[in-house]
Design a protein around this ligand. Structure first.
Ligand SMILES: *[C@@H]1O[C@H](CO)[C@@H](O)[C@H](O)[C@H]1NC(C)=O
Ligand SMILES: *[C@@H]1O[C@H](CO)[C@@H](O)[C@H](O)[C@H]1NC(C)=O
Ligand SMILES: *[C@@H]1O[C@H](CO)[C@@H](O)[C@H](O)[C@H]1NC(C)=O
Ligand SMILES: *[C@@H]1O[C@H](CO)[C@@H](O)[C@H](O)[C@H]1NC(C)=O
Ligand SMILES: *[C@@H]1O[C@H](CO)[C@@H](O)[C@H](O)[C@H]1NC(C)=O
Ligand SMILES: *[C@@H]1O[C@H](CO)[C@@H](O)[C@H](O)[C@H]1NC(C)=O
Length: 920
């Protein structure tokens, strides 16, 4: 310690002119000369001086630390053009170690340059991002770069939904530096800077006034002002005079202007009522409060003639940067550094320096003071009122501290407290205005050919240049624009080579060329076109559909009767019919004469019986209870199915449904509108199978469709739905739109310049008109009713619809069969119990199966073949009375007794008795 002090002393003596030894408290400290360049003309400059002085004094008075160095400030006034002289003096004569200031970006640019050459750190609060921070290692920015507020400004603009802003800035390194950052951040929120207004430094009043008149002419009413205080205060006073501080305008000011608001005079404050501002957050700590109090006292002692001045965050930074500089000098071990005058060590320490200062964390990283939160203020009454905050993490918020988690980045205007806008209103300015008086909205309209005039009908007298426009699109447009206060002027777009798709592309492109403000017409919203313009919401839906003659549709549907049921269901039903026929045969053939006879006849009977149930025409009475049960269930199922079939067929027979199954054959001709959108798609795969012809009026459509492909016409017309709707309203008795939606498009829409604020207003108005049904009304008036539209196709009935029914049939027949076979086996148990081989048993069972029933003794024969149908109770009675007879006896009795009856009981079946008689 002693050695080093001695050593220091030796050197200090050698270089005696600027390093002294003096007493500081009870410790000795070396003196470090530091130059301070300030604009002492300005309140801010005076504020800096007081803060820097206080920082040095506070440090020297602090006896808790034994500092080895102490800063000796050398103040120079930079007013006017003397920055060069001042810095040269400081560097060469005073030979300072570092320079604090200057405060203006223009001056800083110059001093940084010298500092870099002389290798002396320059610690300046200049905010312009245009200053070469990276390239000059001796420059340390002791204020937040003004680019750090770009995001906050963009967030505010977004919060209020403004789409366009005008940037007013000082045309200097100070003003223009912010421009690229603001542009980028605004664009990220889909906001465009619609125009720039630059005010030269030291602008004369009439220059400012001229610029204000230009600004007043613009449609955009959101103005972002980035200027130094002196010009800004004149600017706002004049803006108030020309009537731009009124309702409808939104003004946004940036830092450092906002931070300095507390020091502006009352006339300026009065002019700036309603202005929103963004400023670096001043930490509200007890330390700051105490310091502010001390500072105020000292400042007013030093500057008794300044009545209105409040400490702002720039003052705090000046205090902190002075302390930081002293700390850094202490850290690098000042004397040895001073010897070689190479202050690179000091500069590099300062360029990455964190320090707990008045303004919370005084964090310089890479030569740049790091920004944190911004405060959003609203000028009301005598000063600025905080209405919210902006932080990188949370966006806009009412409070700086959050109790719970607030994980999302908010850009909602609800996150701000109540704002009083210019004109003493709380209504949020819309941000733009349709040019009134004098300026008319230029509306581009297409000139349509002969046909399709119901959409746009423009008559243009080229001599008088009088334009008349009518039609569906124009009416919708008038309805929308009626809600807005502005004059319109229709400008027809002359067609060169008749109508083509390119004509509409070109028409839309005129907006891009700034020939029109809006294009109104049957302009389809297409991706291609959206590249150059913005579209409002479509006012009529569209898509491409096909129209065909009704008679073609009907002819093509000869097989419609098959449609109600799916093929699977048809097959299943068929199978069930046969199955039921077989079951009934199994159950009946032993007791029912009708189910007997030669195999050919039996098979015929199976089919006949079963299918005749379909129309309830089965005349053969079934005898067995089991088969009655089966037939009953089956007839019920058939009933249900027939009714479902009838219902479905009836609905399918309407024209709607015929259409859904209609297909145009490959190789046929298809027509479309000359120059319509469809032409674009005509080469696509959809049309690959067809030949195409183009027409330019509905009369031609009609003619071509009537002729048909073979006679040089077309089989179908493909066009956009609105046109087809109009066509069908005229020819609905002959044609119909079939259910072929090739392409869906958004519909027709009004086109605007990209980013035009009119888009959202028009979209809202159109949606409202749609919801009110007004557009529908206009459409009905011009395009006819919407009736001839397609509905959703009915589905064919399929197996699933009848699963339950088939289950019932299946269960009941199985039950019946099971009962039948168990009875049968029970009756024939003697065969099973006999001693024959299995083959013989099966043979016997087969014989028994095909034989007539045995036990109803009086009526049945065992030999098979003959059937007895005895319905009459008299026969039954006679059988019972006679009891058991021999087989032959029984047979003869039955034969004789029933013979007469047959003709009465089985009236339809003439064959049976004859056959029976033969047998006898
Ligand atoms: C001040 O210096 C003395 C001796 O020079 C030393 O003992 C003391 O710790 C120092 N105090 C501080 C706060 O550094
Ligand atoms: C921007 O403002 C200037 C001056 O008022 C004007 O001439 C120019 O047309 C404007 N540009 C745009 C794109 O509005
Ligand atoms: C200083 O700022 C840098 C960059 O924002 C950050 O990485 C670093 O942690 C900060 N240091 C302190 C001490 O806050
Ligand atoms: C400051 O620190 C960062 C990393 O924290 C480093 O990349 C940079 O080079 C340092 N700058 C200087 C001037 O030392
Ligand atoms: C188009 O306008 C002219 C005159 O403005 C009128 O004579 C004609 O009938 C209109 N056409 C249609 C289809 O409305
Ligand atoms: C739209 O796209 C077609 C080809 O897909 C192209 O020929 C035409 O020029 C485009 N129109 C515009 C306005 O870019």
């Amino acid at each position: 310690m002693e050695n080093s002090r001695l050593c220091c002393f030796a050197i200090l003596v050698l270089m005696s002119f600027c390093v002294h030894q003096l007493n500081c408290g009870d410790a000795t400290a070396a003196k470090a000369d530091v130059g301070v360049i300030l604009d002492l003309d300005t309140t801010l400059g005076k504020m800096y001086r007081t803060c820097i002085s206080m920082a040095i004094e506070d440090r020297n008075a602090n006896h808790n630390h034994n500092h080895t160095t102490m800063i000796v400030p050398h103040f120079r006034d930079s007013r006017g053009d003397v920055v060069a002289a001042a810095s040269a003096d400081l560097l060469h004569n005073t030979r300072v170690m570092a320079i604090l200031g200057p405060q203006k970006s223009i001056q800083a640019d110059f001093v940084i340059d010298i500092g870099d050459r002389e290798r002396v750190p320059v610690i300046s609060p200049a905010t312009s991002p245009a200053l070469p921070l990276k390239e000059t290692p001796y420059f340390i920015r002791s204020a937040w770069c003004s680019s750090s507020q770009a995001k906050a400004i963009a967030a505010i603009v977004k919060a209020f939904g403004w789409k366009e802003v005008v940037l007013v800035y000082e045309n200097s390194i100070y003003g223009s530096g912010l421009l690229p950052y603001l542009t980028v951040n605004l664009l990220q929120s889909n906001v465009v800077i619609s125009n720039l207004s630059f005010i030269p430094p030291y602008a004369k009043d009439d220059q400012v006034l001229q610029e204000l008149f230009n600004l007043k002419e613009m449609q955009t009413k959101v103005l972002i002002v980035h200027m130094p205080l002196d010009i800004a205060s004149r600017f706002f006073q004049m803006a108030k005079e020309v009537g731009m501080m009124t309702e409808g305008y939104a003004w946004l000011i940036s830092d450092p202007l906002t931070s300095l608001l507390s020091s502006v005079d009352s006339v300026t404050t009065e002019a700036m009522q309603g202005v929103l501002g963004v400023k670096a957050l001043v930490p509200r700590s007890e330390e700051v409060r105490r310091f502010t109090k001390r500072w105020s006292k000292r400042f007013h002692e030093e500057n008794p003639n300044i009545d209105r001045a409040e400490l702002n965050v720039f003052g705090l930074w000046a205090y902190d940067s002075t302390s930081a500089l002293a700390e850094a000098i202490e850290r690098v071990g000042f004397p040895s550094q001073r010897v070689n005058r190479g202050n690179s060590a000091l500069a590099s320490v300062l360029r990455n320096f964190t320090y707990k200062g008045l303004s919370c964390d005084f964090n310089i990283t890479n030569g740049q003071l790091q920004s944190s939160a911004f405060e959003i203020v609203n000028v009301i009454g005598k000063g600025d009122n905080t209405v919210g905050f902006w932080t990188e993490k949370y966006g806009i918020s009412k409070e700086l501290k959050f109790n719970g988690d607030k994980p999302i980045y908010s850009t909602e205007k609800e996150s701000l407290r109540g704002i009083l806008w210019p004109g003493q209103t709380s209504n949020v300015p819309k941000g733009w205005e349709i040019p009134t008086s004098g300026k008319k909205l230029r509306v581009g309209v297409p000139i349509k050919g002969l046909g399709f005039n119901e959409f746009v009908n423009v008559t243009w007298n080229q001599e008088t240049n009088a334009v008349e426009a009518s039609g569906f699109c124009i009416d919708v447009f008038k309805e929308v624009i009626g809600t807005m206060p502005c004059d319109v002027e229709y400008i027809p777009f002359p067609t060169t080579d008749g109508q083509s798709t390119e004509y509409y592309d070109d028409l839309v492109y005129q907006i891009y060329l700034d020939k029109y403000d809006i294009v109104v017409g049957d302009v389809t919203i297409l991706a291609n076109r959206s590249k150059y313009v913005d579209f409002a919401s479509p006012y009529i839906e569209s898509g491409v559909a096909t129209v065909v003659p009704i008679k073609d549709v009907e002819r093509k549907n000869a097989w419609i009767f098959m449609e109600p049921l799916t093929r699977g269901l048809w097959l299943t039903i068929g199978a069930f019919f046969i199955f039921i026929g077989c079951v009934v045969w199994v159950l009946e053939h032993r007791v029912n004469k009708h189910f007997q006879g030669p195999p050919r006849k039996q098979i015929g009977m199976i089919f006949w019986f079963s299918f005749s149930t379909l129309v309830y025409a089965h005349m053969e009475k079934v005898k067995s209870n089991l088969s009655r049960f089966v037939v009953f269930v089956w007839v019920f199922v058939v009933l249900v199915m027939t009714m479902s079939y009838t219902a479905n067929l009836a609905s399918m027979l309407t024209i709607q449904q015929l259409k859904s199954t209609y297909m145009i054959k490959k190789g046929e001709y298809v027509g479309f509108q000359t120059g319509s959108l469809v032409a674009i798609f005509s080469n696509s795969i959809i049309f690959g199978d067809y030949n195409i012809r183009s027409y330019s009026s509905f009369e031609e459509y009609d003619e071509a469709l009537s002729k048909g492909t073979r006679n040089g016409g077309v089989a179908a017309i493909v066009d956009e739905i609105p046109y087809l709707r109009l066509f069908l309203s005229k020819y609905h008795h002959k044609y119909t739109m079939i259910d072929q939606k090739y392409i869906r498009t958004s519909g027709f829409g009004f086109a605007f310049r990209k980013g035009s604020p009119l888009v959202s207003d028009f979209s809202t108005a159109i949606l409202k008109l749609k919801e009110d049904g007004k557009i529908d009304m206009i459409a009905r008036r011009w395009l006819g009713p919407e009736g001839h539209h397609y509905g959703d196709g009915l589905e064919s009935l399929d197996l699933d619809h009848f699963r339950g029914l088939f289950l019932i049939v299946g269960v009941s027949t199985s039950t019946a069969l099971a009962i039948f076979f168990s009875t049968f086996l029970y009756q024939n148990q003697q065969i099973l119990a006999s001693s024959g081989s299995i083959k013989e048993k099966l043979h016997d069972l087969g014989r028994a199966f095909f034989a007539m029933e045995k036990d109803d003794a009086s009526k049945h024969s065992e030999t098979g073949g003959e059937i007895v149908l005895a319905q009459s109770p008299s026969i039954k009675t006679s059988c019972d009375e006679k009891g058991m007879h021999s087989q032959d006896e029984r047979l003869s009795t039955i034969q004789t007794e029933t013979h007469e009856e047959e003709f009465n009981t089985i009236d339809a079946d003439v064959e049976a008795p004859i056959h029976y008689a033969e047998r006898v």
